[in-house]
Design a protein around this ligand. Sequence first.
Ligand SMILES: *[C@@H]1O[C@H](CO)[C@@H](O)[C@H](O)[C@H]1NC(C)=O
Ligand SMILES: *[C@@H]1O[C@H](CO)[C@@H](O)[C@H](O)[C@H]1NC(C)=O
Ligand SMILES: *[C@@H]1O[C@H](CO)[C@@H](O)[C@H](O)[C@H]1NC(C)=O
Ligand SMILES: *[C@@H]1O[C@H](CO)[C@@H](O)[C@H](O)[C@H]1NC(C)=O
Ligand SMILES: *[C@@H]1O[C@H](CO)[C@@H](O)[C@H](O)[C@H]1NC(C)=O
Ligand SMILES: *[C@@H]1O[C@H](CO)[C@@H](O)[C@H](O)[C@H]1NC(C)=O
Ligand SMILES: *[C@@H]1O[C@H](CO)[C@@H](O)[C@H](O)[C@H]1NC(C)=O
Ligand SMILES: *[C@@H]1O[C@H](CO)[C@@H](O)[C@H](O)[C@H]1NC(C)=O
Ligand SMILES: *[C@@H]1O[C@H](CO)[C@@H](O)[C@H](O)[C@H]1NC(C)=O
Length: 340
Amino acid sequence: MGRILSYTAIFSSLTLICTVQTAGFPSQSSKRGLVYVPNANWPNDHKIWGRENSGLTWYYNYVGYPSRVYQNNTNLEFIPQLWGAPSGYADTTFLKNVTAQIVEGSNITYALGFNEPDGIGETGGSNVRPGDAARYWITQMEPLRKLGVSLGAPAVTGATQGFTWLSDFVKACGGNCTFDFVPVHWYGSFDGMASHIADVSEAYPGKPIWVTEFGLPNAPLKETQEFLNRSCAYFDANPNITHYSYFGSFRSSVSNIGINSAMLNSNGSLTDMGSWYLGGNGTGVLPDNITYTATAGPPPSATYTLPPLATHPSAGHRPTLPSCLVAFLIIAWSWSKLIL
Ligand SMILES: *[C@@H]1O[C@H](CO)[C@@H](O)[C@H](O)[C@H]1NC(C)=O
Ligand SMILES: *[C@@H]1O[C@H](CO)[C@@H](O)[C@H](O)[C@H]1NC(C)=O
Ligand SMILES: *[C@@H]1O[C@H](CO)[C@@H](O)[C@H](O)[C@H]1NC(C)=O
Ligand SMILES: *[C@@H]1O[C@H](CO)[C@@H](O)[C@H](O)[C@H]1NC(C)=O
Ligand SMILES: *[C@@H]1O[C@H](CO)[C@@H](O)[C@H](O)[C@H]1NC(C)=O
Ligand SMILES: *[C@@H]1O[C@H](CO)[C@@H](O)[C@H](O)[C@H]1NC(C)=O
Ligand SMILES: *[C@@H]1O[C@H](CO)[C@@H](O)[C@H](O)[C@H]1NC(C)=O
Ligand SMILES: *[C@@H]1O[C@H](CO)[C@@H](O)[C@H](O)[C@H]1NC(C)=O
Ligand SMILES: *[C@@H]1O[C@H](CO)[C@@H](O)[C@H](O)[C@H]1NC(C)=O
C-alpha cells in the first residue's frame, strides 16, 4: 500500500514537473478576443483575425459600430464602445446607433464605456472628467442596459490614478450609473498585472473582469513571449476573468509598444505569438522593423490565401525532455531513500 502510494506520488510529481516544464501556450479559449482597428495601408490584414478557425470569439474597435470588414462575420461578436466624450451633452449618436443595430437584429449583449478616460490623448486616452463621464453615462449607457445590454465600466489605465478616476466617477453618478463588469488595461510585467487584477477584484468584488488591453512594451522577444504565454494561461484559469484581448493585432513596423509586442511582422505574416494566440503552432516568423511601403502588403484580391495557422513547431520551443528526466531521477532517488 505504502509502496503503491509512493509510486503514485513519484508519478504525480513527475507529471507536475513535466507539465510545468512544458507549459506553453494554452490552445483556443472562448474568453479570447480581438482589439483591432483596420489599417487602410494593408486592406487584407483583417482576414487573419476574422478567419473561420481563428478561435477568437469577440472583438471591439473603439467605436459604436462594427468594422465594415467584419460586418458579415458571425464568429466574432461585436462589442460597441463609447470611446470618449461625445460632441456635447445633447449628442446621443452612440446610443441611437447601437439601438438601431439592436432593432436591426444584431446580437449586442455587451457594451464598453470610455477608453482610458484618465489618460491623455498622446497615450491613447480619452481624457474625460469623471463628472462629465457620469452625465454621458446616464444619457447613453444606462438606456442600453434597459435593453438588456451588459455594461463595462470605463476602462481606466493601470496607473493608480485609474482607481481614483473610477471612484470619482462612481461618486459623480450619485447612484445612477450601473456597470456589470470591469475592463482592465495593463502595460508592464506579468506579476504587476496579476497584482493589479487582484486589486481590481477587491475594489469591485463579484464583477467579472475583462482584460481589454494588455502588453509588455519594448521588451526582448523571449520575455514578451513568456509574458503572453503566462498571461493567457492565467486568464484562462481565473474564473473572475471572462474576456481578454491582447494589444498586438498589428504589424511590428507600426507598433507603438515596440516591435516584439506585435503579432504580425512588417510584411503581414503571423509571428510565433500571433499564431499561438490563434491556437496554432509557432511560425518561426520574427517581428521586424522593416518599413514596407503601403503597397507591399499581400495583394488585395479574393485569391489571397491566408497565412497558415500552423506550419511546424518552431525549433527551440519544445519541452525539454532531458530536464523532465533529471527531475524524475532526483525525485525517484529521494523517494527510494525515504521508502527503503
Ligand atoms: C510559449 O508557448 C509556446 C507554445 O506553446 C512555446 O512553444 C514557447 O516555448 C513558449 N515560450 C515561452 C517563453 O514560454
Ligand atoms: C456583407 O453582406 C452584405 C449582404 O450580402 C453585402 O452587401 C456586403 O457587401 C457584405 N460586406 C462585406 C464586407 O463583405
Ligand atoms: C452607425 O454609424 C455608422 C458610422 O456613422 C454608420 O455607418 C452605420 O450605418 C450606423 N448604423 C446604424 C444602424 O445606424
Ligand atoms: C448572442 O451573444 C451571446 C453572448 O456571446 C450568446 O450567448 C448568444 O448565444 C448570442 N445569441 C445569438 C442569437 O446569436
Ligand atoms: C440620480 O437620480 C435621481 C433620481 O432620478 C436624481 O434625483 C438625481 O439628481 C440623480 N443624480 C445624478 C448625479 O444624476
Ligand atoms: C476572484 O475575486 C474575488 C473577489 O471578488 C477574490 O476574492 C478571489 O480571490 C478572486 N479569485 C481569483 C482566482 O483571483
Ligand atoms: C502543431 O504541431 C504538432 C506537431 O507537428 C501537430 O501535431 C499539431 O496538429 C499542430 N497544431 C496545429 C494547430 O496545426
Ligand atoms: C531595426 O533593427 C535592426 C536590427 O535589429 C537595428 O539595427 C536597427 O537600428 C533597427 N531600425 C530601426 C529604425 O528601429
Ligand atoms: C510580403 O508578403 C507578400 C504576400 O504574402 C509576398 O508575396 C512577398 O514576397 C513578401 N515580401 C517579403 C519581402 O517577404
